[in-house]
Design a protein around this ligand. Sequence first.
Ligand code: BES
Ligand code: MN
Ligand code: MN
Length: 454
Amino acid sequence: MTSYIESNKDRFVSELLEFLKIPSVSTESSSKEAMYQAANFVKERLLQAGADMAEIKETKGWPMVYGEKMVDASLPTVLVYGHYDVQPVDPLNLWKTPPFEPDIRDGYIYARGASDDKGQMYVHVKALEVLNNSGDVPCNIKFLFEGEEEIGSDNLEPFVEENKDMLAADVVLISDTSIIDNDTPSITTGLRGLCYLEVELTGPDRDLHSGLYGGAVVNPINALVAVLTKLKDENHRITIPGFYDSVAEVSEEERKEMAKIPFDGQAFIEEVGVTVQSGEKGFSVLERVGIRPSLDINGIWGGYTGEGAKTVIPSKAYAKVSMRLVPNQSSDEITQLVSKHIESLAPEGTTIKVTAHHGAEPAVTPIDSVAYQAASKAFMDTFGKNPVPVRGGGSIPIVPMFKKVLGIDTIMMGFGLDSDAIHSPNERFGLFNYIKGIETVPLFYKYLAEESKK
Ligand code: BES
Ligand code: MN
Ligand code: MN
């Protein structure tokens, strides 16, 4: 297998570059052509890689791609999930090379989606080709690639509900997370959930001259800032009553184990140009992003933001506020709780309206399973080191849904790095990581089949 990968490496890279050229930004309705182009690309490549079947499945939103390589009913079945949609590219002027004109520099492929998730999902298409070519596909493999992960996977849950038999599998396999570094492989054993709110605060019924009225009426932007400031205290603890009630506290033993993980928190923040760590008092950087919830303002606007100065007191002010959730917080419950709380904080003379965007539930995955063992052995073979189990800070809405609807656990075998700049300008994916992924995934199937026989 390694010699096949070695001699086809250049083609594997050029196929990914072709995939990365398609601007499949799911947030934009103008992406329609690109979304279908990307879905068709994936479908065709699955067939070329040796899938028995692959087809486009229409949804109310962007299409899914479903494919299968079924070898023998007595073998374990793996459901591979990934997403071909990507985040918007703005701010465009900060990209060194255009986001949809992939460029290879110093061992990295630079493009939107290079790591999240086109590059990582394409690893699985190439892994199928590698196995198929070797003449030994050790597991049944089902592929489900969607185009709406970055917008909350709203149409995927009903799709999974309606296609339980088709999607039945022993384990879900996803590459959409990162490893600690190229010398320290890791397996992501949990994800944070998400609650995303939009806050609209209204004061006077029209925009006002700030000289005529300034000092005599409430200013909605000042009021909104005051409200938002109240959501956390000086120790960065969230002050919303009941917010921590269902947070699963991690035991001292587990925290001791976590502290042994070779993750350099200071280096992690310095890589983004920050020198001082900031977060909930009493927790390490890894704990802050892995096992603790967080609250961030993602956007804030109102009044005059154009060129020059306009002396105005606006009628309204807005903010987008999101929270990362941990087990056993429920996205719906937190949405209710936090919306009511924020509305109750409206200063006299103002009203606040809170609306919720898509959310996601948190997830934890077992480390005592046959599939985890198989993933661990595969990493051992290709990286020469046992992978470290580590909780991920991001969200993948379908992971808890697969568990809820199909009863299947997920193995999150990511190959990216935290420094890949996912969602940011100059997103990248290491050529090393791409090829390592293509080497590691076939071994996962091999060990899963072996471990399942025991
Ligand atoms: N691949 C990421 C999630 C991720 C990244 C998990 C790194 C763990 C480590 C995914 O594409 C993503 O960005 N998810 C969104 C979900 C949201 C849109 C519902 C997120 O986490 O913001
Ligand atoms: Mn992703
Ligand atoms: Mn993403």
